[in-house]
Design a protein around this ligand. Structure first.
Ligand SMILES: Nc1nc2c(ncn2[C@@H]2O[C@H](COP(=O)(O)OP(=O)(O)OP(=O)(O)O)[C@@H](O)[C@H]2O)c(=O)[nH]1
Ligand SMILES: [Mg+2]
Length: 233
């Protein structure tokens, strides 16, 4: 099974069984983390360029322009660390942000960017798929969808792929500042249903503009990082 091809979804015909889920989305309790240090350490265009030090990693995934880089900046409290743009398709490589010398946030190229050539899309798909499937230090993913829209076919394919491969996943609905409270409350259950999330799997609303939802997202991320440590013992 393959993930979205970062363009037009060439693998949609494949049958994807849902498998058992290991999604972790329960935040619970107040958690805070002090970001002492956050630096862009590596920009990897190929899998041979990935860091080798074994620090745990959290990958940020979603459609082109959904707000991945903005979300990373908001989480880290750094306005311009991750490159953001109103032109979609800007993040073309795997960007490794090293946080507190303890873990990495990995900003992945967005899928569904129509203007990239098919060849480019395929190269990305191979890079990303290899990374998600084989990368040892990877302890979880943050899958981001736009709170304003029904998830796309690629969003669903990505959600199924993550579930099938049992990668612990936090699902986030981005740009929550663009909807009224009422509209957001109506939209979240619909998105959950479209992404086939179970009753216990949360969909966390988030705004990179206002920081709303930051605390819940951080606590869910810290759970993933802790679980990973335990897994290594
Ligand atoms: N209102 C609002 N705008 C946002 C939010 N997050 C991102 N944006 C805007 O959406 C656009 C895309 O944001 P990016 O963070 O660059 O998105 P991305 O997913 O990293 O995009 P690619 O790297 O191209 O895949 C920018 O114009 C951001 O300012 C948000 O929470 N609220
Ligand atoms: Mg980006």
């Amino acid at each position: 099974m393959m993930i979205p091809d970062y363009g037009i979804g060439m693998n949609r015909r494949l049958d994807i069984s849902t498998g058992n889920s290991r999604r972790v989305t329960r935040g619970g309790g107040r958690t805070s983390i002090l970001i002492k240090k956050a630096v862009l350490e590596t920009v990897a265009y190929r899998s041979t360029a990935l860091p080798l030090n074994g620090l745990p990693e959290i990958a940020f995934l979603g459609r082109s322009n959904v707000g991945k880089s903005s979300l990373i900046n908001q989480l880290l409290g750094r306005k311009k660390l991750a490159y953001t743009s109103s032109t979609p398709g800007k993040t073309r490589a795997l960007y490794f942000y090293r946080v507190n010398d303890a873990f990495y946030f990995v900003d992945l190229p967005g899928y569904g960017y129509a203007r990239a050539s098919k060849e480019e899309q395929r190269a990305w798909a191979v890079l990303i798929e290899n990374y998600l499937e084989k990368r040892n230090p990877l302890c979880g993913a943050v899958h981001i969808v736009d709170c304003r829209h029904r998830p796309t076919a690629d969003d669903l394919l990505m959600a199924r792929w993550l579930r099938f491969h049992r990668l612990a996943t936090i699902t986030v609905a981005s740009k929550s500042d663009k909807l009224s409270r009422g509209a957001l409350a109506r939209q979240l259950p619909e998105i959950k249903a479209s992404l086939e999330l179970s009753a216990t799997e949360e969909l966390l609303p988030f705004s990179a503009r206002t920081g709303a939802g930051k605390e819940r997202l951080w606590s869910a991320i810290l759970v993933l990082l802790k679980q990973h440590k335990r897994g290594e013992e």
